[in-house]
Design a protein around this ligand. Structure first.
Ligand code: SF4
Ligand code: SF4
Ligand code: SF4
Length: 177
């Protein structure tokens, strides 16, 4: 099983409900976040295009953060989800530096935190909090190895991209374009 998320840049309206849902679900401290919304403008006036994306850890299949962690706190969990075992993390920050996506932050309690693909929910068969909250239903979550999963079907149907592919991290978050 390989969990993945597909996010439709054509449907995202930048409301940040995904950010609030994540902060509430995961007790993210005030002033920090596990996901965020990016707005990219392309072209020249009057031919301008705006892309809005909800971003988070990409749960990379070839993740530098797992490789560089000196204690094994950063590791792959079931379904390829990259997680951090809090009591094994010494807060050295190597993983923060190694992540090309700036997806991790230092939690005030002394460990490094980031998106977990809501593993506590997905293990119970629930959708991640951000996915189930999105008012435009622009996020799809599921198993890449299951050809009938929502995420596999939408990736077959639509054009997509990953972020910073040149980093060679093999991200598991896809952006529908
Ligand atoms: Fe985009 Fe959905 Fe998040 Fe709103 S809730 S910013 S539409 S991903
Ligand atoms: Fe690690 Fe960053 Fe990839 Fe997440 S996005 S798995 S933190 S390298
Ligand atoms: Fe936050 Fe869960 Fe969404 Fe990750 S999957 S951004 S932890 S709500």
């Amino acid at each position: 099983m390989r969990y993945a998320m597909a996010i439709d840049t054509k449907k995202c309206v930048g409301c940040s409900d995904c950010v609030v849902a994540c902060q509430t679900e995961n007790n993210v401290p005030i002033g920090y976040c596990r996901d965020w919304v990016t707005e990219i403008t392309d072209g020249t006036y009057p031919q301008l295009e705006l892309e809005i994306r909800s971003e988070r850890c990409n749960h990379c299949e070839n993740s530098p953060c797992v490789r560089c962690c000196p204690t094994g706190a950063s590791h792959y969990s079931d379904g390829g989800i990259v997680t951090v075992t809090h009591n094994k993390c010494i807060g050295c920050g190597a993983c923060i530096t190694s992540c090309p996506y700036d997806a991790r932050y230092s939690h005030p309690d002394g460990y490094v935190d980031k998106c977990t693909f809501c593993i506590h929910r997905t293990q119970k068969g629930l959708q991640p909090a951000c996915v189930s909250t999105c008012p435009t239903k622009c996020m799809y979550f599921g198993d890449l190895d299951d050809p009938k999963s929502e995420v596999s079907l939408v990736l077959k149907k639509r054009k997509w991209k990953t972020l910073i592919p040149e980093a060679g991290t093999d991200p598991h978050v896809y952006y529908l374009i």
